[in-house]
Write a protein that binds this ligand. Structure first.
Ligand SMILES: [Zn+2]
Ligand SMILES: [Zn+2]
Length: 100
């Protein structure tokens, strides 16, 4: 079984997540920044969990690395920024970007 999946179903994470949400009154932190009150549905890891840090509780269970988010803010966080592959010069010619 995938270690990251395993972590998300662990009791330690469930407990940490619930405690974190409670501490933030079950509200989405991003929405709050914009003056909106939205219930938080998920707890997000700011620094993404990978197989390299999954055994490090300083990353996985550290409240500093967590954020209460509603579903739409959470989705926005995970949306990858589009990669610009081409540049257009002053004559309108399209070139592939260096290094890609
Ligand atoms: Zn939100
Ligand atoms: Zn997330």
């Amino acid at each position: 079984m995938n270690k990251i999946k395993q972590f998300y179903s662990s009791a330690a994470w469930q407990k940490c997540r619930e405690a974190y949400k409670k501490e933030h009154n079950y509200l989405c932190e991003e929405c709050q920044k914009r003056g909106m009150i939205t219930p938080a549905e998920e707890v997000h890891h700011i620094k993404k969990l990978t197989k390299y840090n999954i055994d490090n509780p300083d990353i996985t269970l550290n409240p500093k690395n967590l954020q209460c988010l509603c579903r739409s803010c959470h989705e926005a966080k995970h949306k990858r920024k589009p990669i610009t592959r081409y540049t257009i010069d002053e004559y309108g010619r399209v070139f592939p970007k260096d290094g890609l």
